[in-house]
Design a protein around this ligand. Structure first.
Ligand SMILES: [Zn+2]
Length: 221
């Protein structure tokens, strides 16, 4: 049997040894513990990383003690119709720009900023990435979107109040995808599949995220 996988865009970043990560988080270590080139019978890799590295999701327990881990996430949070919104502001995702997109309750929204073509092309952590402002986070919470995705390592800017902005979103029950690379996905309607690795009670988990373009008319989620 062949599986038709045409039309899907991979919007995840590749996990690599030494890849950039949030400054105070653990590094990404990916190396061969057993290696055919060293005479071992097979290749076996050893992986050690912070769970907020690369393309990943945040669970409520990331900032809320005793809250759900990602292993308890309903699969509908990240499987279904999603809208990629192109953010024109080069510095921040503002509430004014979000209002112009008429967000709906229950929507899955992914923000494509200049980060996708800029930040993932550099080997070091980028501090001035585009992130969600506090008023924009409040707007997302009040609208009641289901899932929010951003194209660098945090929903909140490096110099912003990251605790507050994460909590506004997580307290509202919004599921958060971080570290997407949306450079291949222009604004529009897509089918989204993003599945975080099932880590017990996890505040974060690496994820593979893929998108398939939908005709403009299919607007149910
Ligand atoms: Zn995270």
């Amino acid at each position: 049997m062949t599986i038709a996988a045409t039309g899907w865009l991979d919007v995840s970043v590749t996990v690599r040894h030494g890849m950039p990560h949030w400054p105070d988080n653990p590094p990404v270590i990916l190396e061969r513990a057993m290696d055919i080139e060293r005479g071992d019978a097979c290749n076996v890799s050893h992986l050690a990383m912070g769970v907020h590295s690369g393309t990943h999701m945040d669970g409520p327990v990331h900032f809320i003690a005793g809250a759900h881990g990602l292993d308890e996430m309903p699969l509908a949070a990240t499987m279904g119709v999603a809208r990629v919104i192109e953010i024109s502001d080069a510095h921040e995702i503002t509430v004014e720009e979000l209002r112009s997109h008429d967000l709906q309750a229950g929507e899955r929204v992914l923000f494509r900023t200049s980060n996708s073509t800029r930040c993932w092309r550099t080997p070091t952590f980028v501090e001035d990435f585009v992130a969600i402002s506090e008023p924009a986070a409040v707007h997302l919470a009040e609208t009641g979107v289901q899932t929010v995705g951003v194209d660098y390592l945090s929903v909140a800017g490096y110099y912003a109040d990251g605790v507050k902005i994460h909590r506004i979103l997580l307290d509202a029950g919004i599921w958060i995808i971080e570290g997407l690379d949306l450079s291949s996905a222009p604004a529009g309607q897509y089918e989204l599949i993003c599945l975080p690795v099932k880590l017990h009670n996890s505040d974060g988990a690496p994820a593979r995220a893929i998108l398939r373009p939908l005709p403009e008319a299919s607007g149910t989620w």
